[in-house]
Design a protein around this ligand. Structure first.
Ligand SMILES: *[C@@H]1O[C@H](CO)[C@@H](O)[C@H](O)[C@H]1NC(C)=O
Ligand SMILES: *[C@@H]1O[C@H](CO)[C@@H](O)[C@H](O)[C@H]1NC(C)=O
Ligand SMILES: *[C@@H]1O[C@H](CO)[C@@H](O)[C@H](O)[C@H]1NC(C)=O
Length: 179
């Protein structure tokens, strides 16, 4: 098996594990950081707990240098042990290329499909507006996959680093637990 395919399978496995079942995944927190405040700031970025089972995350990033025609995102998974340590998966996707041809990257496609219904990132480049993620629930992510594979219980963090025109502009981290 080629290293690329292997990586792809591992990543799909991780997504599947992470999104395996609503009873297993629980959002814990979300944190957003504007690395370059001349490029963007966050109007809000929060997790709301309506009750024990209904939690969602929302954010709104205001962009000051429009239109955006070139963007990459690095997504990396961390596991909480003694502090958060890199855990298996780390991929970088060219957003505009991907949005033009979503079949080009099945891993990104899988992930994108699970949140595009909750975001105005649901079209191809250029981006001429603020970026919104509205009430994404763990269930909506879980909804995509029903298989559950053995995966260590514990706390995890997905780190997304957004690079626009070659520089890091914003980082957001989603914390979740598998129980
Ligand atoms: C949690 O809140 C949601 C949305 O208001 C509601 O549909 C659901 O029944 C609530 N669940 C519990 C256990 O209270
Ligand atoms: C992920 O990969 C990028 C680019 O190869 C690297 O800069 C970064 O440190 C890696 N992150 C983790 C958590 O391994
Ligand atoms: C993107 O989402 C908005 C708001 O939900 C919707 O009005 C629009 O039709 C969607 N666009 C695409 C290309 O799916």
């Amino acid at each position: 098996m080629g290293p690329k395919l292997k990586l792809l399978l591992h990543f799909l496995l991780a997504l599947q594990l992470v999104s395996g079942a609503s009873s297993l995944v629980e959002f814990k927190n979300i944190k957003c950081e504007a690395v370059d405040k001349e490029f963007c700031t966050f109007e809000y970025c929060h997790m709301k707990s309506v009750n024990r089972t209904y939690k969602y995350i929302s954010l709104r990033a205001k962009l000051f240098k429009l239109p955006v025609t070139n963007a990459k995102v690095n997504g990396a998974l961390y596991q909480r042990l003694n502090g958060y340590k890199p855990f298996l998966y780390n991929i970088t996707v060219d957003c505009c290329l991907f949005l033009k041809n979503q079949k080009s990257n099945p891993v990104a496609s899988f992930f994108y499909d699970s949140f595009k219904g909750f975001s105005n990132l649901n079209h191809s480049c250029p981006y001429n507006h603020d970026i919104v993620l509205d009430k994404l629930t763990a269930e909506s992510v879980n909804h995509r996959v029903t298989n559950i594979l053995p995966f260590p219980e514990g706390e995890y963090m997905l780190n997304f680093n957004w690079m626009v025109y070659g520089s890091s502009r914003a980082v957001f981290k989603i914390y979740f637990a598998l129980t």
